[in-house]
Unconditional design. Sequence first.
Length: 384
Amino acid sequence: MKKKKNDILLCDLDAFFASVELLDNPALEGIPVLVGGSPEGRGVVSTCSYEARKYGVRSAMPMKKALALCPGAVVLRGRMSRYKEMSDQVRLIFQRFTPDIEFVSIDEAYLAVKEGRGPVTGRAIHTAVREELGLPISVGISVNKLLAKIACELAKPNNVGAIWPVDIQDRLWPLPIRMLPGIGPVTEEKLHRLGIKTIRDLASCPKKTLVRVFGNNTETIHCYAHGIDNREFEAEHEAKSISEETTFPEDIHDREAIQAVLLELSSGVGYRLRSSGTSARTITLKLRFKDFRTITRSISLPETICRDSDIYRAARSLFEKHCSKPPWRLVGVQASGFEQGSQISLLKPSPEEEKEGKLTLTRDTLRKKYGSEVVFQGRRLKKK
Ligand SMILES: [Mg+2]
């Protein structure tokens, strides 16, 4: 099959959590806003407004340090369900422009559109999100994910920009190596010692030198330095997995709280499975610990599932088996191993199962109509 060519857009909301807070409370206008954990504990900044960034505050910085840099900042704990609600609104806007969307996180998605349509679509999305939701968003446009991502970084904040293959020498090569995915502070340091500072330096460096730093990833990084990115575009409608995750603004020690979040994530995954008429055979739990160590643990089931309670049961059993010691920083639930059509069980459903089936149907209908926050299960109330 001939592969069709697309323009790729990266749409990334600017300082998303802080922008939502500003939107809901205009009195914060002009004041630096930090969303994250408490400065008394070992809380970190999860998002900071551009106002706060002027003081050198960055995300993932300890809150204490952020406040030392920017004593006038307002610290907010964050309202995940509100952010999720706004994210869903943005998602609906994206869907008006293309069905080919790959969601990266709550505030970021790649979109594929017909070749040549990128710039027009990018500007239209920017305007729609600004005018309809009042949120700042940046859009990067190119022919692949890598260049779209970099174009977006350069456009930020609140702007639209493109990098095309003809721009590689003039616009990609002068950039610092840190702009490439996969180059963090440690790798950057190693490359600096080899005299490699810009992407141009990297592009012209012999591969056998790079092998010492990148090993098996040398080819990929070499391609990136030339603006080539062979990563597949994985649109949601043909996704191989459906997942939801939550990063906590500070360490969570409470097992019950994690279980409540697991239930919430499981119903999110269940809803998306049912909406796409699929059921899944494999459930994966993702956990991140305080030291940023991340594990994923899966279970494959004898039957495919799509009910919230089945997904939750699987995720919870994985959690109980592998949760290790608190505190936790992130928890995620993923479903994969899809089969089209909901599983028809050979056994007659028990009255309990029948009741749950009916309830689920009602919840899904309400959710489709009014959004995710209207419908919740009793257990989630205990979180407060
Ligand atoms: Mg963002």
